[in-house]
Write a protein that binds this ligand. Sequence first.
Ligand code: FMN
Length: 152
Amino acid sequence: MYKGPADWTLIGEVKNNPRIHIPIFGNGDIDSPEKAVEYRERYGVDGVMIGRASIGHPFIFREIKHYMATGQQLAPPTIAERVEAARTHLRSSIAWKGLYEGVVEMRRHYGNYLKGLPNVKEMRLRLCTERDPAVLEDLLDEVIGNYAAEAA
Ligand SMILES: Cc1cc2nc3c(=O)[nH]c(=O)nc-3n(C[C@H](O)[C@H](O)[C@H](O)COP(=O)(O)O)c2cc1C
């Protein structure tokens, strides 16, 4: 999506300018709780924003909050939580963009939500070639069911 590392030095300079009296938030390349804390401390910003790392992994916000509050890593989301996040995204996508565009636009996101799951390739193909939202929801149920069967 972007090339090269984000340069935070200007953000740090703005934050450390004594004439600046508004909160300064930084962003660019934050993809883990450790990095959020490290960059916040290194550049003295009042907050950080997350872009790409939240795509298909909205759990990063609670993971960072938890890490900042406790210094401990939060357990990763369950498969069911990941699938339910994809389902919410699908429904919102359709509500926002309409049936056709909402379904098609969602196709780029399934891989991120289901990353690392067994047989993800085949399931992603099915999700990405289906147009009927009811069938898509059944497929998401199937992912949860498959995983439960795999785990058992
Ligand atoms: C899907 C997407 C859309 C974006 N749209 C805009 C935009 O409209 N205007 C803008 O200034 N930056 C936009 N950005 C850049 C982000 O605000 C952010 O600066 C950049 O993604 C770096 O942060 P990250 O490493 O956390 O992704 C967008 C980024 C993404 C991933």
